[in-house]
Design a protein around this ligand. Sequence first.
Ligand code: ATP
Length: 281
Amino acid sequence: MSDNPISTALAKVEREPGVRKPDPLLVVDGVTRTFGGLTAVHVDTLEVQRGTITALIGPNGAGKTTLFNVISGFDRADTGHWTFDGQELTGRAAHRVARRGLVRTFQLTKTLSKLTVLENMKLAARHQRGERMGLSMLWPVWRGQERGIVRRADELLERFRLSHMRDEYAGTLSGGQRKLLEMARALMVEPTMIMLDEPMAGVNPALTQSLLEHITALRDEGMTVCFVEHDMDVVMGISDWVVCMAEGSIVAEGPPQSVAKNPAVIDAYLGRQHDEPENEG
Ligand SMILES: Nc1ncnc2c1ncn2[C@@H]1O[C@H](COP(=O)(O)OP(=O)(O)OP(=O)(O)O)[C@@H](O)[C@H]1O
């Protein structure tokens, strides 16, 4: 765990599922999401401490992405409610959630290959703001906003070392560069919290390092980061706090080293391997 003051505060938090945090930014209570007869998510309580990097781990099908989808307004919950910075977010559409300062990225990046990198950035700003076409009729307002959006996009492209690709089609980017663009797009609305769904998946080692540095830098600037990740080296390396899900519920929480040794976490992963005999054919 890093030695920033927030992580120090977390050191005093009990290591048990659903434990309350000293300064939670996101508070999730009683959230369930079912698909037919399958309960994909059943989270009694989850609090994400402000200003930390929190990793969400768990075996395939544990419900991590579904939980992300529900909280960020891309899916609906069957029960439960959640607040962000003290404000009710339950059931709000994704662009309203983004406007409140909570944005997320996707496992499969949402970049549009037939638009340029800059156009992708501009589009992200509009989507996240929930902007309607009618606004472009207000020409002076729109022009001022447009300049601001382009300025912000250029700053972010510079930060993510994508400036040289600004006017290229996004389809020409490598997989890793797409991940960087996805993160840059999410930052267009200057969020207070970013949720990253497998940001390193399919990224080469050099870019993985760069992504890790970007994530750490965001936390160091005061942003709250929550990310889903399967690579335990990555999780152990950058997280202040780790939450483990299995079969829709939270089964363990704590600082990375404690979670790695937690029997419930080991069971969650090994149990799955035991249930699914390896295909030797
Ligand atoms: N739209 C859907 N319709 C039906 N079942 C779904 C749907 N979305 C998710 N599920 C199911 O819900 C469960 C949780 O899936 P989810 O993708 O949230 O898990 P995950 O922890 O993100 O897995 P992974 O690490 O493989 O991405 C799985 O059994 C999945 O098959």
